[in-house]
Design a binder for this molecule. Structure first.
Ligand SMILES: NC(=O)c1ccc[n+]([C@@H]2O[C@H](COP(=O)([O-])OP(=O)(O)OC[C@H]3O[C@@H](n4cnc5c(N)ncnc54)[C@H](O)[C@@H]3O)[C@@H](O)[C@H]2O)c1
Length: 321
């Protein structure tokens, strides 16, 4: 099967591509098309004959026949939360209009393709129960969450109509993300670990008592692949599925950093409250009941220490000082 990953040059897109090429689906995946507005740079992916990197705006690429011969889609291309909050048009264009164009391209395919959509815990907010279940009604409190929720609903309806076989997965914040900071409001959750480990000072823009819902890159990718791999009958409801994660306070994340790297490294984090970030992140839930995902064999990290250990193992060159 030829599989398309939109946002394939992004953080999770590249991690997902690597996992698909070596993991349990490697016999199923005959070729991988990685479509992204940014060029693909990962040397191993570029060298793999099964991989085709396509660069351009997704909507334009779809107009040029991107969906031809595609049997499965992981739809990851998106503008991140900070960008969407700063400019609603960017968010609507990238997250809603582009998704609708992708869904219509799926609808025009001869065989309804299977599509996994990376939604987010950001669909939740406002007046919420203490523990969120898959069927808790999302009431997004920011543009990014609103756009994700609209896409979930469209995917559910296109699935009901038989145009595609859609599965929306709500990811916790994926931590620790390598590389440079991005414009996600949640970006500091990686920054407060990544930067000190690289010998650089970092700012924590929220009260350290803030609770967050996080998972690791490996577990996020495993969740996306499980969503693709699960038979429709077992997948069940068209409602999006919350992936398991770790409920942790930011202070506990910083304590784990100190356990791992010592007080000198942990002291590189200083708290400087940012009202916008605090209001976005503080409005997200951080306790979830993920019984449906656990039924598929998925699990969240046991502790923050595991996420730091995974980052250090996966990106040893990023740790120094
Ligand atoms: N990383 C997280 O913590 C997290 C949490 C919840 C949900 N998600 C979702 O998972 C997906 C992947 O996240 P990520 O962390 O890899 O983000 P990322 O920003 O690294 O990757 C997204 C990619 O989409 C591409 N893109 C944006 N607009 C495009 C367009 N118009 N056409 C083609 N490509 C376009 C970007 O260039 C980027 O490479 C996103 O949909 C995101 O909303 C991520």
């Amino acid at each position: 099967m030829n599989i398309l990953i939109t946002g394939g040059a992004g953080f999770l897109g590249q991690r997902l591509a690597q996992a698909l090429l070596i993991g349990e689906l490697k016999q199923t995946v005959t070729s991988l098309t990685l479509a992204d507005i940014a060029p693909l740079r990962d040397a191993a992916l570029l060298a793999d004959k099964r991989v085709r990197g396509v660069t351009g705006d997704l909507k334009a690429l779809l107009g040029d026949g991107l969906m031809q011969d595609i049997g499965g889609v992981f739809h990851l291309a998106a503008a991140v939360s900070g960008e969407c909050e700063a400019d609603i048009d960017v968010g609507l264009r990238t997250n809603l209009d582009t998704t609708r164009a992708l869904l219509d391209a799926c609808r025009a395919s001869i065989q309804a393709p299977r599509l996994v959509f990376s939604s987010s815990l950001a669909v939740y907010g406002g007046d919420m129960p203490d523990v969120i279940a898959d069927n808790t009604l999302p009431q997004p409190q920011n543009s990014y969450g609103t756009q994700k929720f609209m896409c979930e609903q469209l995917i559910a309806d296109y699935t009901r109509k038989g145009y595609l076989d859609g599965r929306s997965v709500r990811l916790p914040t994926v931590t620790v993300r390598p590389g440079k900071p991005n414009k996600a409001a949640s970006g500091f959750m990686s920054g407060v670990i990544r930067e000190p480990l690289a010998g650089v000072d970092a700012v924590c823009p929220v009260d350290p008592a803030t609770g967050v819902w996080i998972t690791s890159p490996r577990r996020a990718v495993a969740g996306l692949i499980a969503a693709f791999n699960t038979p429709r009958a077992q997948w069940g409801s068209r409602t999006a599925m919350n992936l398991p994660g770790l409920s942790v306070r930011v202070a506990d994340m910083l304590a784990a950093l100190e356990r791992h790297a010592g007080a000198r490294v942990a002291a590189r984090v200083r708290v400087e409250k940012d009202d916008i970030v605090s209001s976005i992140v503080g409005g997200w839930p951080w306790r979830f009941d993920t019984v449906r995902a656990r039924g598929l064999g998925l699990s969240g990290p046991a502790a923050m220490d595991e996420l730091i250990a995974e980052y250090v193992a996966d990106y040893p060159d990023a740790v120094h000082g």
